[in-house]
Design a protein around this ligand. Structure first.
Ligand code: GLU
Length: 508
């Protein structure tokens, strides 16, 4: 029988969760949804030296804003496997129990080496031109551990509580083969694998031991994580094997990196061209906060849609997808091995698509506070009409103001290029006549204005539409002109036209 799908997102609270981490959470979420499984948030806080205050709360809030809440775990409700923080799980003694099992079966050992001794070993290896010196089947023979020291001495040291770690005993030359859903079969020789520390001298487990114990105890079916963990996977396979748990081991999926727009490296939080965090993140160790997608005006479902397509190909060129649509068809077979380049312009395009899907009323509600802040009072219907006209021109709601402020306040400047090219005595005369004609328009709406303008072209002479736009709005481009004039209203439009005609000097 297939195992029930239970996946986990297991971040370490070492800082804000960046978009790479959110994508890992998202793929876990989609996979769980697809299979009606469980999605768990486990906090891997065993490295106390890297603990950052506020990080855990940030992770929980970010998953909430993104709309991908786990159904079990820290911040989302206890399940049968509580607690979900590794520092608390340590208190249950589970990691130690598994480590002792490995020691008893001869697959792990105590090591008493001091930092100075480890450093000395590294130097010796470097002098012997070893490229990446490690504690392994060869070097451990010259170190102070329970494999080299006499049994009584080991006992004495342990009884005296001498500082020590527990290390995995990796064989010298053995093929380790494992399957990754995304990468297929991977083969590594054990000579490439170091004797990883499993329990640290402070009694805390390392990630390597802790995540295996927890994945087993929490009955995780698939371990989905970033590519940076692929090099450690062979050691993990050995741990499962030595614990006699290889048949209960979760299936592995290592997700490709998200690359910066040039494709030459991982996206970094120092990247100023686009946000890297879902929500603004203030690292207590840094002065300035990093601005988030939310605060930059992205819709959360647009952000999620962008992330989903970084490395996953749904297969039919479809780009705009709701989370439910994605979950219905998600699988790891269609996740690529190679890094996914992030395109910030495409990200903005996605937001634009989501903005256009909003109702005009919702857009108006988002935009109203901006107007209020500027001291502009307009009724909701007016703002709804405004949003309907201007939404085609913006990617973010905060751009409404810049794009269309002339609707609310008469322009003080007029597009110089158009004015210098087109504003002259002939046109002034023509527009004066148009002004007179427009004054008689009884029903001021887009259609009548369109018709009246067409008539005026016959009666008065060739009228330049772009010039008319500049005289009334100040700018050379924008939404359909007669729609705009209808919105601005008869009195205001004619006042503006009158004022422009009489105040703009000819260029020459
Ligand atoms: N704590 C690890 C990290 O933050 C999790 C890796 C995993 O999912 O196994 O990257």
């Amino acid at each position: 029988m297939e195992k029930r799908v239970r996946v986990r997102f297991a971040p370490s609270p070492t800082g804000g969760l960046h978009m790479g981490g959110v994508r890992t959470a998202l793929f876990n979420y989609l996979f769980a949804k697809k299979h009606n499984g469980d999605f768990i948030l486990r906090i891997e806080d065993t490295d106390q030296t890297r603990f950052v205050a506020g990080a855990e709360e940030y992770i929980v809030n970010a998953l909430k804003w993104c709309g991908i809440p786990p159904n079990e775990g820290v911040g989302f409700g206890d399940g049968p496997h509580k607690p979900y923080r590794q520092s608390e799980r340590k208190e249950l003694g589970i990691y130690k129990r598994y480590a002792e099992k490995l020691i008893a079966s001869g697959h792990a050992y105590y090591a008493f080496d001091t930092n100075a001794e480890l450093e000395e070993m590294r130097k010796r290896m470097e002098a012997a031109k070893v490229v990446a010196p490690q504690y392994n089947a060869v070097t451990r023979q010259n170190m102070r551990n329970s494999l080299t020291l006499p049994e009584e001495e080991v006992k004495k040291l342990l009884d005296a509580n001498a500082p020590h770690v527990v290390r995995l005993k990796v064989p010298r030359n053995e093929e380790i083969r494992f399957e990754d859903i995304i990468r297929g079969w991977v083969t590594v020789n054990s000579s490439q694998v170091d004797d990883k520390v499993l329990l640290k001298s402070d009694g805390m487990p390392t990630y390597h031991l802790a995540h295996i114990v927890d994945d087993i105890e929490m009955q995780i079916s698939h371990a989905v994580r970033g590519e940076e963990w692929l090099p450690s996977a062979p050691a993990h396979i050995l741990i499962y094997r030595y614990l006699g748990l290889e048949n209960q081991m979760p299936k592995l999926a290592h997700l490709p990196l998200i690359l910066n727009p040039d494709g030459n490296g991982k996206i970094s939080k120092r990247e100023a061209r686009f946000p890297v965090f879902p929500l603004s993140w203030k690292d207590p160790r840094e002065n300035a906060p990093f601005i988030g997608y939310k605060e930059s005006g992205y819709y959360s479902d647009a952000f999620i849609n962008i992330l989903a397509l970084l490395g996953w190909n749904p297969g039919d060129n479809k780009e705009i997808m709701s989370i439910e649509e994605m979950a219905a068809i998600f699988d790891f077979e269609r996740v690529s091995k190679s890094g996914a380049k992030f395109d910030p312009d495409k990200a903005k395009w996605f937001n634009q698509q989501y903005l256009r899907k909003q109702s005009d009323l919702d857009l108006a509600k988002e935009f109203m506070p901006v107007l209020i802040e500027k001291g502009i009072v307009k009724d909701e219907n007016f703002v709804v009409e405004f949003c309907k006209l201007v939404k085609e021109k913006v990617q973010f709601t905060h751009e409404f103001w810049e794009q269309g402020k002339y609707v609310f306040i008469a322009p003080k400047t007029f597009d110089e290029k158009v004015i210098s090219k087109k504003w002259n005595a002939t046109n002034k005369d023509l527009f004066n006549k148009l002004l007179t004609k427009f004054t008689t328009v009884a029903t001021w709406n887009s259609q009548t204005l369109h018709d009246e303008f067409a008539n005026a072209q016959n009666e008065i002479g060739k009228l330049d539409m772009q010039l008319l736009r500049v005289l009334i709005t100040g700018v050379a481009g924008g939404p359909q002109l007669f729609d705009l004039l209808a919105l601005i209203g008869k009195d205001e439009s004619l006042n503006r036209l009158n004022h422009a005609i009489n105040s703009i000097p000819f260029a020459n």
